[in-house]
Design a protein around this ligand. Sequence first.
Ligand code: CP
Length: 308
Amino acid sequence: MKHFLDIHTTDTDDLRAIIDSAQAMKTARNGRPKGTKDDDQPLAGQMVALIFEKPSTRTRISFDVGVRQMGGETMVLSGADMQLGHGETIADTARVLSRYVDLIMIRTFEEATLLEMAEHADVPVINGLTNRTHPCQIMADVMTFEEHRGPIADKKVVWSGDGNNVFASFAHAAGQFGFDLTFTGPETLDPEKAWFDYCAGKGRPLTVERDPVKAVTGADLVVTDTWVSMHDPQSARERRHNQLRPYQVNEALMKHAKDDALFMHCLPAHRDDEATSAVMDGSHSVIFDEAENRLHAQKAIMRYCLGV
Ligand code: CP
């Protein structure tokens, strides 16, 4: 049984196969109405539980549509509506769900919840985001980069802002797909030490550059994310904004990247905070391709997990 829990815990060859499969499925659907089913129906007769303990637009809808395109059915559940929110253990929930469904996707707070679900489930479990990582997003991001610019290996990717859960999965991807990743942001919001150790161990040490202009110089890809994540206390909002304002991705900063550099943001964005609308809607931006590719990448991830 294959879970998809994180990029650094998935075999490198499997990650490459997932990206290739996602691109092939996207190409095969080219021009097809969104509501139509794929020609092949690998999830026919399969039931997928989509559990959300946090809000979601892209993850929820792209998983739901992806399952339907492949002939399966979904149940979208909120943690609060289930006994999960009323004291039943994760382990018991995993055992029970395994009697009803063929695949579980969960978006939750603590990584421990995801890992306990995977340990006790008899069906594959997919990480739809935890406070610590967001691997489905970065699989879509790698796919998006390669769709526009070819292989991401050895490219310069710069993350500007908070060293958060989305950054963490970028760090894992740097190690697995072999690109150079620079973090530019305030020291107080540095990524976890574990991700520095991971990238160093993969021979792709993370670069930290406090000066955003120096960091972005020569970049093939510039990425940012919201300054206050879903799990951050709203009381930290003003402090975070003050710390992160120098790292806003705007047209002046993008001028230091390569002329053909791409700009990505996983969305939802707070326009004119972490990135200006001029950049988000400008010629470098591929943010809506990224959002679309969640659908294709996750379809490939589900097929990998189910072996279909
Ligand atoms: N990027 C992302 O995961 O979006 P949602 O929170 O809307 O699912």
